[in-house]
Every structure is written in structure tokens, then in C-alpha cells.
Design a protein. Structure first.
Ligand code: ZN
Length: 192
């Protein structure tokens, strides 16, 4: 199993990614920015209704570990509220901006932190095949793949990557599903 994750959206490229995921009966997790949701509220609803998971990526991409306790809570809580307003769902996972996390931030948020272990560097590489290959050469069972649904090239890469991952035998699941399976496997190992 593999979890595709998309940060920094929603954007004009998100819907195309949702369509590709649906076409292949796959799901992903989207770590969204609170301040973008009003403009894409139909997308956030579609995202949720298609069975994808929504996570919190702050309100407007401030560097969270550099903020005061009050500011950190505001960044997270405002985003929780706006996601809930449109979907009725409150995220349980957050991805810290810039992957930056410390004790204080962990303490100030009531959400589980989710980082990644495969970086497609889609923000940096303009070539679709490079993005796809960055994922394919590093992926393994249980991988969490980082992408950004704010680039057209990413939505193009997803069209190639999703069927290739399926071809390799991977199932594309949400973070919650991935964690659930890991928990079951750990329990089985303990019993053996
Ligand atoms: Zn980000």
C-alpha cells in the first residue's frame, strides 16, 4: 500500500487530480491551506465525497514553528473550522509547513503529524517524467509520497504515476487507511 499526499492546495489543478484518482478507484490525502478553501469549496466537497482524506496544512502557509502558541493555534483551528464548514469533517492529521516540527508545535495542536518518506520534488522539477521517476524509484510498501496539487505538471505526473503504481501491485490509500493496516500488521507480529 502507498499513500499519495498533496500539499498546498486546493488549486485550479486539484480537480484534474481528483478525476484521475477516481478513474483508477484510488484515493489520496490532501493537506490543504485554510485560506484557499472558500475559492475552491466545490473541490473540497468533491475531494471528500470521493473518499479522499483531508489534512490540515495551516491557514496561509506560515512557518509554524516560528510562531507564538496563539498564532499556531489560530493557523490550525481556523483551517479545521473551514474544512468542517464545507464537508462536516474535521481532519485528524496535519502536515507542518516546510516539514518543520518541534515539541511546542506538537503540544499546541491536537492533530497527529504526518511527514513523508518519498519526495517527488515536483515543486522543483518541471519535467513530468522526472517527477514520476522520483516516485517510482523510491517507492516501497508503506511509502508516503509528497506532491503538490498546485502545479499543472503534478496533475500530469499523477496521470502516469497512478496507473504505474497499480501495475506494480500497489493499492493507493489514504493516510488513515495506511495507518490502520500498519496497526493490524503490528498486532499480528506481536501475536506470533
Ligand atoms: Zn506546503
Amino acid at each position: 500500500m502507498v499513500a499519495l499526499t498533496f500539499d498546498d492546495g486546493p488549486s485550479i489543478y486539484t480537480e484534474e487530480i481528483l478525476n484521475t484518482l477516481k478513474k483508477y478507484n484510488s484515493n489520496a490525502t490532501f493537506f490543504v491551506l485554510g485560506n484557499k478553501i472558500d475559492n475552491y469549496n466545490n473541490i473540497i466537497i468533491k475531494m471528500y465525497e470521493n473518499g479522499n482524506e483531508i489534512g490540515n496544512h495551516s491557514y496561509n502557509h506560515r512557518w509554524l514553528t516560528k510562531l507564538s502558541t496563539e498564532e499556531q493555534k489560530e493557523q490550525i483551528n481556523k483551517t479545521q473550522e473551514i474544512i468542517k464548514k464545507y464537508t462536516g469533517y474535521e481532519p485528524i492529521y496535519m502536515r507542518p509547513t516546510y516539514g518543520s516540527i518541534n515539541k511546542k508545535l506538537r503540544k499546541n495542536i491536537n492533530l497527529e503529524v504526518v511527514l513523508w518518506n518519498v519526495d517527488t520534488k515536483d515543486w522543483k522539477y518541471k519535467n513530468v517524467n522526472t517527477i514520476v521517476n522520483n516516485a517510482l524509484t523510491n517507492v516501497k510498501d508503506g511509502s508516503i509520497i509528497l506532491m503538490h496539487d498546485t502545479h499543472e505538471r503534478t496533475s500530469e505526473a499523477v496521470k502516469i504515476l497512478v496507473p504505474k503504481l497499480i501495475e506494480k501491485g500497489y493499492q493507493l490509500v489514504t493516510i488513515s487507511e495506511l495507518k490502520e493496516v500498519k496497526k493490524i500488521r503490528n498486532n499480528l507480529n506481536e501475536k506470533q
